[in-house]
Design a protein around this ligand. Structure first.
Ligand code: URA
Length: 434
């Protein structure tokens, strides 16, 4: 076998690695023969010199098969999931998973926690009293079969190599490598045993990908990996300059998701949920056109069956179903303050990043993996970009726990909402498809 040193030197000098070298290098890392400092050097070399298609396939495959890969091949139906690159107020997974299940898909959804300004599905689900996101893989598998979907957190059994590499990338300034991000996300998603993935690639101020060009590069790389592993990846590029929908904060976002699942129209949130469901239906030949898919998805939401599905799953994962029927049982701070407009005009900006950072200050988000979350704090955005506003009208409402946290959060919001004297168009939510 070659020396680790020589394999690292090849990547440093931009020489493509053989499949044998990649396998040997990654296997050695898993067994502890290769040290973190050597892997860090390799990650930095990849950051600068990237991986070609073949190298990336082998790298992803090693990550994917480092743990359990779920098998739904005997299921009579399409197994799909959705991934968002993360946004402020992005709760789409919560209504989308039961909607897809109601439409006949099977959805084994493994999600993440919030970190930094963007929220995480798991934290939102855990604001439902009793809801457990850490059930074992066997139960997860069974729920997907029996209910049509289940939503859990990353387990040590799924792509364990990604967990170790991600932690190392996080402290070695190598997270931002597109092939590494694509391999990381795709190895976990492919391990769910899916044949279709709806990728919501967020672009804008409150997003991981700040520009469309970089977002497109990531999406294309994920699509390419999908092709290599027979999984179709549909991509929507969506705007993340303003928070998605009206609610930002864990429990508040569950309430907004319940509105969507109960058939009420929530601008942006219902639209995106329905568009994603329709896109997957079209891809898998369940409808002839996106419009037909939209009509079916809207009808399913209106029927109340999507809410019933979610309620069933929540209860099977330990959640209190009464807290979904009666929202006063969900955690929500009883301290709130309304922030009012000083001007007449039109809302020109509601800065997603500022609201994401302010949520962390309120205790509703985390800066470090180990931080705990207060599910009952957050914001209701009363006025969105394009809305007309009069002096004295409420722009947004803050739900807070302590006055000290409120004061710090407010510092992040000083310039978060901008009012213009002239008419402003609404934000275009869907920026493109791939
Ligand atoms: N999310 C992931 O799962 N992996 C990355 O590398 C970046 C974001």
């Amino acid at each position: 076998m070659r020396l680790f040193y020589d394999i690292i030197a090849d990547k440093r000098d931009n020489i493509a690695l053989s499949d044998e070298d990649i396998s040997y290098f990654l296997e050695s890392y898993l067994t502890g023969q290769l040290n973190d400092y050597q892997m860090s050097a390799m990650l930095m070399a990849i950051y600068f010199n990237s991986l070609n298609e073949r190298e990336l396939k082998t790298w992803t495959s090693k990550m994917l098969y480092s743990g359990k890969v779920l098998d739904f091949t005997d299921i009579d139906g399409f197994v799909v999931d959705k991934h968002s690159t993360g946004g402020v107020g992005d709760k789409i997974s919560i209504p989308l998973a039961p909607l897809l299940a109601e439409l006949g898909f099977f959805v084994p959804m493994i999600s993440g926690r919030g970190l930094g300004p963007t929220g995480g599905t798991l934290d939102k689900l855990e604001s439902i009293p009793g809801f457990r996101v850490n059930i074992n893989v066997e139960k997860f598998h069974r729920l997907v079969r029996e209910v049509g979907f289940s939503m859990i957190g990353q387990t040590s059994e799924i792509a364990p190599l990604d967990k170790r590499l991600y932690a190392l990338r996080d402290v070695t300034a190598t997270i931002e490598s597109i092939p590494m991000i694509a391999a990381s996300i795709m190895s976990k998603k492919l391990a769910e045993g899916i044949s279709g993935l709806m990728l919501d690639l967020k672009v804008g101020k409150g997003a991981f990908m700040k520009t469309y060009e970089r977002g497109k590069k990531l999406a294309q790389t994920m699509q390419m990996i999908g092709q290599q592993f027979n999984t179709h990846v549909d991509v929507l590029f969506t705007n993340m300059d303003e928070p998605l929908g009206y609610a930002v904060g864990n429990s508040l976002e569950i309430m907004e998701s319940l509105d969507v699942m109960q058939g009420r129209h929530v601008p942006q949130v219902s639209e995106l949920t329905v568009t994603m469901a329709a896109t997957l239906m079209k891809t898998f030949g369940m409808v002839e056109s996106l419009d037909e898919g939209r009509r079916k998805a809207e009808a399913a939401l209106k029927s109340g069956k999507v809410y019933e599905k979610f309620r069933t799953l929540a209860e099977l994962q330990g959640g209190d179903p009464h807290s979904l029927d009666d929202r006063s049982l969900l955690p929500l701070s009883n301290k709130k303050v309304e922030v009012r407009s000083e001007y007449d005009g039109f809302v020109a900006e509601v800065d997603a990043l500022s609201f994401g950072k302010a949520l962390i200050q309120l205790g509703g988000g985390r800066l470090r993996q180990e931080d705990s979350i207060d599910p009952g704090v957050g914001f209701i955005i009363n006025k969105k970009v394009g809305d007309r506003v009069s002096r004295g009208e409420t722009l947004y409402t803050i739900y807070y726990g302590s006055t000290a946290k409120l004061e710090t959060a407010k510092e992040y919001l000083d310039d978060a909402v901008r009012i213009s004297g002239s008419k402003v168009p609404r934000i275009e939510l869907v920026l493109g498809v791939l």
